[in-house]
Design a protein around this ligand. Structure first.
Ligand code: PMP
Length: 418
């Protein structure tokens, strides 16, 4: 790395190690919106043409319902759907029969709260953290109210890390579940889940662990066996797949202890007038007609992701993140929240005297899409002592130019607002 002086920005660093992944052309949204600088990837990611093609292929070539009919079209649809299950399973090193397709992370957590939560009793305890997304808080709150269960929170430290030392005082013989995000959607913090789970399982191997992988799925190589979690949940739309589809990994032996979540067609073995028996897992948890096209598109998105290779994606995104942080730190009124070394490409910040809403609205006039708000993490906001932040979240198709253009326009916006 070398440094030089720039008239406008002062001393800046020139990097010789910049290698762009250069995949923007695979995403038609960018050719249809020539100036778009899309920096809201933690919310949802853009879709490559291959995923869009797969959806078109399903609807134009073999649209039919799955698992029901014997004709050729239906067999192709069923085969493609079940192949996606294998692709998803391989991606996180699970067994195909341990993968349930849901509408996304939110539905997956709700399914666990209902189906596995059915086994909990009064005074049982669930441990979550202050940095959880609302979808990993509210289902537990509902369950707690219904069953008189206690929810406890792992606090966060000022640097945005979980206070891991506090866990030993928070778990006890009543603890039945620990449910944690792998990567914060607001701060980017990556939680050392392997280490945390090891400690908890050493204390009591019966405590079940749920990992919310909504953010980590795109940025961390996931191996559910190595992590040793009991549940792992994620959404297709955060990894370049369609909306309305997600995956829920459940350790095989736990599936038998869980009641079905939705009742209806396909989740049954035999229906009598007054009672019924259930299909085998995972189909026991997939009642009704599934999001067939989306599931098939989800598999295609993972194939595309695998071709890029997570190592290349990580190296590239980390480089962009470091440049973004370097440049944001040059701007005096910017306060960055909870930036740590082990962090995904997400950064939250506020600017003195500038409301995050105004900042994002003004940036939009330059076709720059960033988020402002509480990012569905109000308990985290309360711990950080703020109501809202601006959030920039990067993805493999962002370029160095995106980062520089964003920071340059941010400087303009600050001038306008002051
Ligand atoms: N958990 C985390 C950490 C998230 O970032 C999100 C999405 N922002 C969710 C859960 C919910 O995901 P979905 O809206 O796809 O169900």
């Amino acid at each position: 790395m070398e440094s030089r002086y720039d008239d406008r920005r002062g001393k800046i660093t020139i990097r010789n190690d910049l290698v762009e992944l250069n995949i923007k052309n695979d995403f038609p949204i960018f050719s249809n919106n020539k100036d778009l600088i899309y920096l809201d990837n933690a919310s949802t990611t853009q879709k490559p043409q291959v995923v869009i093609n797969k959806l078109i292929e399903f609807y134009t070539k073999y649209n039919s319902n799955i698992h029901r009919a014997e004709y050729k079209l239906a067999n192709i649809a069923t085969k493609e759907y079940e192949e996606s299950r294998q692709i998803v399973a391989d991606f996180i090193n699970a067994n195909k029969l341990e993968i349930i397709f849901t509408r996304g992370t939110t539905e997956s957590i709700n399914l666990i709260a209902y189906s596995w939560g059915n086994n909990l009793y009064e005074d049982d305890e669930i441990l979550i953290s202050e940095m959880e997304h609302h979808s990993n808080i509210i289902p537990w709150q509902m369950l707690a109210k219904q069953k008189n269960i206690k929810i406890k929170y792992i606090p966060i430290l000022e640097n945005g890390e979980l206070d891991i030392k506090s866990i030993k005082d928070l778990i006890n013989d009543k603890t039945k579940l620990v449910s944690l995000t792998h990567m914060s959607n607001t701060l980017g913090t990556i939680n050392p889940v392997n280490k945390i789970i090891k400690k908890i399982k050493q204390y009591n191997s019966d405590i079940k662990i749920l990992i919310d992988g909504a953010q980590s799925i795109s940025h961390i190589d996931i191996d559910v066996k190595k992590i040793n979690c009991d549940f792992f949940v994620f959404s297709g739309h955060k990894i370049m797949g369609p909306t309305g589809v997600g995956a829920l990994y459940i350790k095989k032996k736990l599936m038998n202890e869980m009641v079905p979540f939705l009742m209806g067609g396909q989740m049954i073995k035999e229906v009598n007038k007054f009672d019924s028996t259930w299909n085998d897992s995972p189909w026991k948890f997939e009642a009704g007609t599934s999001n067939i096209a989306q599931v098939i598109g989800f598999g295609e998105a993972i194939n595309y992701f695998n071709k890029l290779d997570i190592k290349n994606i990580n190296t590239y995104e980390n480089m962009l993140l470091n440049i973004l942080i370097e440049r944001l730190k040059e701007i005096k009124p910017v306060k960055i929240y909870g930036h740590i070394k082990n962090q995904g490409p997400v950064i939250s910040f506020n600017i003195k005297n500038c409301h995050p809403y105004d900042v994002s609205k003004l940036l939009d006039t330059y076709n720059i899409a960033i988020r402002s708000g509480h990012h569905c993490t109000q308990t985290l906001m309360k711990s950080l002592g703020t109501d809202y932040t601006n959030r920039v979240s990067l993805y493999a198709y962002n370029s160095l130019n995106d980062i520089n253009y964003f920071v340059d326009r941010l400087i303009d916006v600050i001038k306008i607002l002051n």
